[in-house]
Design a protein around this ligand. Structure first.
Ligand code: 4NP
Length: 162
């Protein structure tokens, strides 16, 4: 079993969606015994809240997904509990690394590096201050990135950036 933690800033827009889309691909491919997933935010702004209503309505509309995750904050112990930590952007990545313990187990990756359609991009853009179109773009991007990431995990072909 490999465990994956998706991380963004607030844990209400990008990372709970990444978690749900990744698990949807896992289930579709009958891989539930091989992979588990969770998500967290580097900030504490929205602890205990469901995903943003715009993220949830887009997830239902585009992928028939009902998001039930409640926001929690990323913590140092997550480095011991997970095999992979997948950051949505470089600021998340830096904030994650600040909490890295000596005996860390998890490898830290950037989600956008698994985009099959574009190279040399680092960020899943934060849609929080955007419009419906921004939420839909992020949804399609995360659907592609999580699918491709699962493919690379199955190929044992993960490139470590740290
Ligand atoms: P997320 O988006 O990191 O994708 O969950 C955000 C959610 C909330 C805020 C910023 C980004 N905020 O400033 O409250």
């Amino acid at each position: 079993m490999q465990s994956i933690l998706f991380v963004c800033l607030g844990n209400i827009c990008r990372s709970p969606l990444a978690e749900a889309l990744f698990l949807q691909h896992v289930i579709e491919q009958n891989l539930s015994e091989k992979f588990s997933a969770d998500s967290a935010g580097t900030a504490a702004y929205h602890l205990g809240e469901l995903a943003d209503t715009r993220t949830r309505s887009t997830a239902l509309k585009l992928s028939n997904l009902n998001l039930t995750h409640k926001a929690r904050q990323f913590e140092s112990n997550d480095f011991l509990a997970f095999d992979f930590i997948v950051a949505m952007d470089k600021i998340n990545y830096q904030n994650i690394m600040k909490l890295r313990p000596e005996n860390a187990r998890a490898k830290v990756l950037l989600m956008r590096h698994y985009d099959s359609t574009i190279k040399n991009e680092d960020a899943i853009p934060d849609p929080y201050y955007g419009n419906e179109n921004d939420f839909e773009k992020v949804h399609h991007m995360l659907n592609d990135c999580t699918k491709n990431f699962l493919k690379e995990l199955m190929r044992n072909n993960i490139r470590i950036i740290s």
